[in-house]
Design a protein around this ligand. Structure first.
Ligand code: PRX
Length: 650
């Protein structure tokens, strides 16, 4: 095992599960009704027969036509609930309308400016139906792709649900991505319609979204119509015959629309995520399996019930928002809180003020946010009444034990368990995670969810305990992605080829003697900046598209707050000179190309990048120098003097 995969973290603290929470939990009640006595037995029984477990959960959904087969696993291709007729929207909305939940609040939304809107299940259902009819009138049919490029407003889940209702495939592009990133994703999915907004406010500043689309629309030939939400009343350019305002279109539509009876395996959405090459990967999820997986995990991990106010403080533009703001909470008939803005605006008490005012009881955020709150100090959460909280969650990156303990004490008042959930865009649902039954170790995501066979293996694929290694999954789960859109070979090659029979997560982890998993981070050239996956190759290709840049290498640099920040080394074309002004221009260029999250925190100008004799950039050397570590063996370098250049630049 290479030294890079070794692990340094050894955390000894343990927090016992609360017996009161266990007794009332959904998972315990489910175990009682299935004659299962404890956590070990639950894992054992569900692992022995994964089809039994998932069949039980699938039966909590409504099917237009029951499935005939639970699973078909022809490695690495899985199909779940075969021959069933299903639609996730029928389960997320339509079925609730027939029950007392009809008038239950589905979403409480708060804008950055403090305004609050509430939408009941019935109101949400009617809006979705209107938009679904409108999409049909715009020519959208089953299987067509629709790009959704919206900020955190209620129209975003409405748009996703309307697509799914009629069998169209949505592809949400995070509103923090900018023009070129939107263009690339929309082109890859060959979308027919785009749904966007005039703009939105972020930290008091106006971001113009329609204008961003206009910048690249001529390069996206497949788009026939653009639907524009009038969100903040910005003046926008509307092209006759192509661009339509949301309100104009929706007022013409009736609020009744049949839900398409789809096959279980029909695609639900494509969500692009970063891989090791510059081209983002279109992760494809399907209706039935995704519904069953996300529903089950939310029910058992976060233990939601009808009294809860659930707040998943992610952006819907990422998988966390897809699974745990939009689909799973609605499948459960829960009430979710959604916030439009950022955690520390207008001040670092904003989140806690909203927890108090809306009575949030289960709260899910990312370690970056927790570390930011730590920096601002305990005084901010202390100003507010947080006693409604009963369970907390963490996702997106490893949570360091100090942040875990701070969160537990200052937000959870020593009583709320922290569900540190490990999963990915590809997995769709929580994979390694505590349950309310688990004794917790700060910094560990605990054990695999029932039925999941996760493991840590060495370079030869042998299971190992105690040392760092590759985190792999050895069997299928219902909400696993089915392929990469338009690139089935890459699906096999990137995820299923390194070790026979195993899904390669791309993460490094350690498994301790008690079977707890400790995730260390990515092992490939993917950065995790504030919980967001960004590929080094994507930033590099943005940089080299600038007219002054000949070559660039991007690596992650450890950062206390964000986990990792982006460090870029740039070789300029001969005729250009390094300057602070150019540095600024390059940052702006990356912002425009990908979005603000990808803008390098550090840019160093160098004459040469360290390369092997075959011309491959040796990132290992660059990473070591950025961390001010020893570069190790550099005998294969063709240009050892480049290391001095790196040192001067950092
Ligand atoms: O490196 C892991 C990290 O986030 C990656 C997945 O990123 P993405 O597909 O954008 O999905 C993020 C939200 C699910 C993983 O490969 N990651 C996610 N959750 C954790 C984590 N790392 C450590 N602990 C976690 N709980």
């Amino acid at each position: 095992m290479s030294k890079d995969l070794d692990t340094l973290l050894k955390e000894e603290r343990e927090f016992k599960a609360d017996p009161n929470l266990i007794d009332q939990s959904n998972i315990k009640q489910w175990m009682n009704s299935h004659d299962i006595n404890d956590y070990e037995e639950l894992l054992e029984k569900s692992n022995e027969n994964i089809e039994w477990f998932w069949n039980e959960m699938a039966m909590e959904m409504e099917w237009f036509k029951p499935y005939k087969q639970i699973l078909e696993w022809e490695h690495p291709h899985a199909k779940w609930f075969l021959d069933g007729k299903f639609n996730i929207v029928h389960n997320a909305l339509d079925r609730h309308i027939k029950t007392w939940r009809k008038n239950k609040v589905a979403y409480i939304w708060e804008g950055e400016d403090g305004s609050v809107k509430k939408l009941t299940y019935f109101e949400l259902y009617r809006e979705v139906n209107r938009l679904a009819n409108a999409l049909k009138n715009m020519g959208v049919k089953k299987g067509d792709r629709v790009s959704i490029y919206l900020p955190m407003i209620l129209e975003l889940p409405i748009a996703m649900l309307a697509c799914a209702k009629i069998g169209a495939i949505h592809s949400v592009v995070f509103s923090g991505f900018w023009a070129k990133a939107f263009q690339e994703r929309a082109n890859d999915a060959k979308v027919k319609v785009a749904i966007t907004a005039d703009g939105f406010n972020r930290r008091g500043k106006t971001i113009e979204l329609k204008k961003t689309v206009d910048m690249v629309i001529d390069n996206i030939p497949s788009i026939e119509k653009i639907l524009v939400v009038e969100n903040i009343g910005l003046e926008v350019n509307m092209e006759e015959g192509r661009d339509l305002f949301w309100s104009d279109v929706l007022k013409k539509e009736i609020a009744i629309c049949e839900t398409e009876e789809l096959d279980s395996e029909d695609p639900l959405f494509i969500l692009y995520t970063s891989g090791t090459t510059g081209k983002p990967k279109g992760v494809l999820h399907t209706h039935a399996g995704y519904a069953v997986g996300t529903y089950t995990t939310l029910k058992f991990v976060f233990d939601l019930n009808d009294q809860d106010i659930w707040w998943c403080a992610a952006d819907v533009g990422w998988i966390t928002g897809h699974s745990y703001i939009v689909y799973a909470p609605l499948l459960m008939g829960a009430t979710s809180f959604i916030f439009e803005g950022t955690p520390d605006y207008p001040d670092p008490g904003r989140f806690w003020k909203m927890v108090e005012e809306h009575g949030v009881s289960v709260f899910y955020t990312a370690p970056t946010t927790i570390r930011m709150f730590m920096k601002h100090g305990e005084k901010w959460p202390q100003k507010y009444d947080l006693t409604t909280l009963r369970i907390l969650g963490s996702v997106g990156e490893p949570i360091n034990p100090e942040a875990w303990v701070w969160y537990h004490k200052n937000i959870g008042n020593h009583k709320c368990p922290i569900m540190d959930t490990w999963w990915q865009t590809e997995t769709g649902m929580h994979i390694i995670t505590p349950l309310p039954l688990s004794d917790l170790k700060p910094g560990s995501a605990c054990k695999p969810f029932p039925t999941i066979q996760a493991d840590v293996v060495d370079d030869d694929g042998n299971s190992i305990v105690g040392d760092g290694g590759h985190l792999v999954l050895k069997n299928p789960w219902p909400s696993m992605f089915r392929t990469l859109y338009g690139d089935p070979e890459r699906y096999v090659e990137a995820y299923w080829s390194k070790f026979p029979g195993m899904y390669l997560s791309g993460d490094v982890a350690r498994k301790d003697e008690e079977g707890y998993f400790w995730i260390q981070g990515r092992e490939d050239d993917v950065l995790n900046v504030a919980g967001h996956r960004i590929s080094t190759a994507e930033v590099e290709s943005a940089l080299v598209s600038h007219p002054t840049v000949a070559e660039s290498a991007v690596v992650g640099r450890p950062d206390i707050l964000k986990g990792e920040e982006i460090a870029a080394f740039v070789v300029l074309k001969n005729e250009f000179q390094a300057s602070p002004k150019l540095k600024h221009q390059l940052r702006e260029h990356v912002r425009e190309f990908i979005g603000p999250i990808a803008s390098p925190a550090f840019i160093g100008f160098v004459d040469d990048l360290p390369k092997t004799r075959s011309g491959k950039i040796m990132r290992r050397v660059i990473k070591a120098r950025v961390k001010k570590e020893d570069v190790g063996d550099i005998s294969t370098l063709s240009n050892p003097e480049s290391v001095d250049g790196l040192d001067k630049a950092v």
